[in-house]
Design a protein around this ligand. Structure first.
Ligand code: SAM
Length: 254
């Protein structure tokens, strides 16, 4: 009897396994301590509830559950007004899902993905390359280690630039608008961009109207901000500010 094992790409999960591990271990440790001092029941309940919530979120994000990661990521491409000619860059590519999707959608394009692949996440360059091989697009893609805060490319290098759910994570840049500026620096004049992030969080980006004015003052030809958090397919429980409750897409032409 022939048995076929289907090899599937692994695009990871925005709720990292480390987060589940930490919340569950802390919950159980405090639960143990509560037998000694009942006051520890409070932190035990907090961490066990957090663990339950993150487990639910991980399932919703996964392709085996609500497939939310894919649905949210696809929005970035939906808003990218690009003809697929020449080159594109994905900033903070994780395990490469957007890079690979762009390569499949635009078979004549060359797509680069950059990420700093820090320890906080379950992503890696090797996993990106493996996924590209499984999806049959290895010849079209390139993955490089770099930080979103200082991209190793000359001004106006790419015809399109995308990024999904990354800028808020960049630890070495407090003013997140500088990350937008850096992303737009490497985009050619007239090129297309589509970035999804927590653009509605004032602490990160300031007022949304002022953000749009700022981009216009940098000479950007057209820009629009879409409140993707309002889409109905996102469950209410995940619309909390620290999850995807304040996401938006900033898209346009340079
Ligand atoms: C929520 S994940 C999103 C990954 C991917 N864009 C996706 O749609 O699955 C955030 C990503 O940001 C990356 N990241 C964090 N800080 C970064 C930095 N300074 N430069 C580049 N990437 C960074 C992380 O390594 C991680 O891959």
């Amino acid at each position: 009897m022939n048995e076929y094992i289907e090899i599937k790409p692994d695009y990871g999960n925005w709720v990292s396994s480390k987060l589940l591990y930490v919340t569950s271990v802390l919950g159980l440790v405090f639960l143990g301590l509560s037998f000694w001092k009942p006051g520890f029941l409070f932190p035990a309940s907090f961490f066990l509830l957090a663990f339950g919530y993150f487990l639910y979120a991980r399932h919703q994000f996964s392709p085996h559950g609500g497939d939310l990661q894919n649905r949210i990521r696809n929005l970035v491409l939906e808003y990218l007004e690009w003809d697929g000619n020449r080159t594109a860059l994905d900033i903070g590519c994780g395990n490469g899902p957007l890079v690979i999707r762009l390569a499949k959608k635009y078979p004549h394009a060359r797509i680069t993905g950059v990420d700093y692949w820090g320890e906080a996440w379950d992503y890696s360059q090797g996993e990106c390359e493996r996924n590209a091989g499984i999806e049959g697009v290895s010849e079209q893609v390139l993955f490089e280690k770099a930080s979103a805060s200082k991209l190793p490319y000359k001004d106006e290098s790419f015809d399109a630039v995308v990024s999904n759910f990354v800028f808020h994570e960049v630890a070495d840049t407090k003013d997140k608008t500088q990350l937008i500026r850096e992303a737009l620096r490497v985009l050619k004049k007239g090129g297309a961009f589509s970035f999804q992030d927590l653009f509605q969080v004032k602490k990160l980006y300031g007022d949304m109207d002022e953000l749009l004015l700022k981009l216009q003052s940098w000479g950007i030809e057209s820009v629009e901000l879409v409140k993707t958090n309002e889409l109905e397919f996102i469950p209410k429980a995940l619309k909390l500010p620290f999850m995807v409750g304040e996401i938006g897409i900033l898209h346009g032409k340079k």
